[in-house]
Design a binder for this molecule. Structure first.
Ligand code: HEM
Length: 498
């Protein structure tokens, strides 16, 4: 009589064997792509972890050695193939989604089925909302955004002209979360501490859970995912805030039709304008869209603002000229979207700050669904992840002369040529400037993000003096896999200007 235990062991062995042979088959297909390895006896065992613990070093080593083509690195349970030239990046941009897939790349990277739920992956209509109606409303809602920035600074930053040493993250994260949610949802929700805390934490929980689930082979993910998913708790907490608002809005739509005089101009209205199917109009689904848009918006913007503040404190020689530009523009155009567009030196400084301090060893992750041949003749097999070595490209002298030097006005000088003006704006993704990714999946929220970051930094410059805790030293970065964040213990001195 065969026991249940024997059957379970046999099944587990069969699944493991299938997993092993699939991995070996993929490895054979990748044989022609050079490997960036530490070349030690134990490299096959240690390299998959080295790529996590020292992603920046590993990818830079590969870029220095194989620049001009492609190379591969093992990352935990998968292969990542890095593409290193503008032409190869253009090949990737042109490939159809059913051959090289953004959404399957995100699904792998964020373990989407367990962290965001299936609707996010199967029906990502929020991208269309962000790209379209949300972006078209930046100008209309800019006064509200600026009002929130002023109010948040009053509450979170010193009001006296004595120097105060402050934790940068503790002040900026709520400021960014409030400002973004003033734009998305307005008052009073944008100031609700529990709602802000939920959205700030959920991002971190998703990233931690995704890393953890990512360690396990595919067949174990459903089990592990169910155990560690932060989604049900986040949805329950978000519902406490959003259900009354959603129910009232749906009731009003039923009563007055799709458009009525006092209908709020906010994210819920924008989502509903695209929510054309019953499944999109359920409370659970709408709540999920609020969570995912906040996920995309808050931490990314906070990291950009933090790096900008530290860069300004390190390169304080730029501050007077930036203040002059901001004062002139505000006196002519007020605090408006048009005004933000005119702040070219500020735009350049922020772009340079991200070129130098955007902590991504690699980004633009895409999953190959069908074997794909690049224009240089190299074929990548279905199943691998493609990525671009962002840090190495941002620091390449061929694209940015004197790349290791911080040159705050490098892009505003380039924009003096009218033909180059659009190309060198912060908001324009190119094959050598990858803050917002690249191609048709480049960040759709970037227009709002750049305007928001500019308004925050412009307000800060006009209202506060600030300096680094240790003069001349950029705050350290904590790396976590392929990405890094400025140390959350970073402190700066601030005082209100007289
Ligand atoms: C400075 C702030 C931001 C940065 C650095 C940033 C960066 C990015 C990057 C790198 C991507 C992936 C692009 C690619 O792989 O090609 C992305 C995608 C995305 N971002 Fe942003 N983002 C920011 C702000 C925002 C904001 C404010 C929103 C929403 C209002 C947003 C919504 C999204 C969405 C929905 C996607 C997915 C696009 C798709 O599915 O095609 N982001 N972002």
């Amino acid at each position: 009589m065969i026991s249940h235990l024997t059957i379970a062991y046999t099944l587990a062995l069969l699944v493991l064997a299938r997993y092993y042979y699939a991995a070996q088959a993929l490895k054979r297909k990748l044989a022609d792509i050079p490997l960036c390895s530490s070349n030690g006896i134990f490299s096959p065992l240690t390299d998959p972890f080295r790529s996590v613990l020292n992603a920046l070093g590993v990818v830079q080593q590969g870029y220095d050695k194989f620049r001009g083509s492609l190379f591969k690195i093992p990352v935990l349970t998968k292969w990542v193939v890095l593409i290193t030239t503008p032409t190869l990046i253009e090949d990737l941009q042109k490939a159809p989604d059913d051959v090289i897939s953004f959404s399957e790349g995100v699904k792998d990277m964020l373990q989407v089925d367990y962290t965001f739920g299936k609707p996010f992956h199967q029906d990502p209509y929020q991208v269309k909302v962000v790209k379209g109606i949300l972006t078209r409303n930046i100008a209309a809602k800019f006064a509200e955004v600026k009002d929130e920035i002023s109010a948040a600074f009053e509450e979170l930053f010193p009001q006296k002209d004595d120097w105060e040493l402050m934790n940068l993250n503790d002040a900026l994260m709520p400021l960014v979360a409030r400002t973004s949610n003033r734009f998305f949802s307005g008052l009073p929700l944008c100031r609700n501490p529990d709602y802000l805390d939920l959205n700030i934490r959920y991002t971190i929980q998703v990233i931690l859970a995704a890393y953890f689930i990512g360690i396990f082979p595919t067949f174990m993910k459903p089990l592990v995912g169910r155990l560690v998913t932060p989604l049900p708790a986040a949805v329950r907490r978000a519902k406490r805030h959003l259900v009354p608002i959603i129910q009232e809005r749906l009731a009003n739509e039923k009563r007055y039709g799709g458009d009525w005089e006092e209908r709020p101009n906010d994210l819920l209205t924008w989502l509903l304008s695209e929510a054309t199917t019953d499944s999109r109009r359920t409370i659970d689904d709408l709540v999920l869209r609020f969570l995912t848009i906040n996920f995309g918006a808050i931490h990314t913007t906070n990291m950009t603002v933090s790096a900008a503040v530290s860069s300004l404190a390190l390169h304080s020689e730029y501050i007077d000229e930036l203040r002059d530009e901001i004062k002139t523009v505000v006196s002519e155009h007020g605090w408006t979207k048009v005004g933000m567009g005119r702040m070219r030196k500020l735009d350049s400084f922020l772009k340079e700050s991200q070129r130098c301090h955007f902590n991504a060893a690699y980004g633009v992750e895409r999953k190959v669904l069908k074997d794909f041949t690049f224009s240089n003749g190299v074929t990548v097999p279905a199943g691998v992840t493609l990525a671009v070595p962002v840090w190495a490209i941002h620091h390449d002298n061929d694209y940015f002369p004197d790349a290791d030097k911080f040159d705050g006005f490098r892009f505003s000088r380039m924009r003096e040529d009218p033909n180059q003006s659009i190309k060198h704006q912060m908001v324009t993704p190119t094959t050598d400037y990858l803050l917002f990714g690249t191609g048709r999946h480049a960040c759709p929220g970037r227009f709002f993000a750049v305007n928001e970051v500019k308004a925050i930094i412009a307000h800060l410059l006009l209202t506060y003096d600030f300096k680094l805790e240790i003069e001349g030293v950029m705050p350290p970065v904590t790396w976590f896999g392929s990405g890094g964040v400025q140390d959350d213990k970073t402190r700066l001195w601030f005082r209100r200007r007289k």
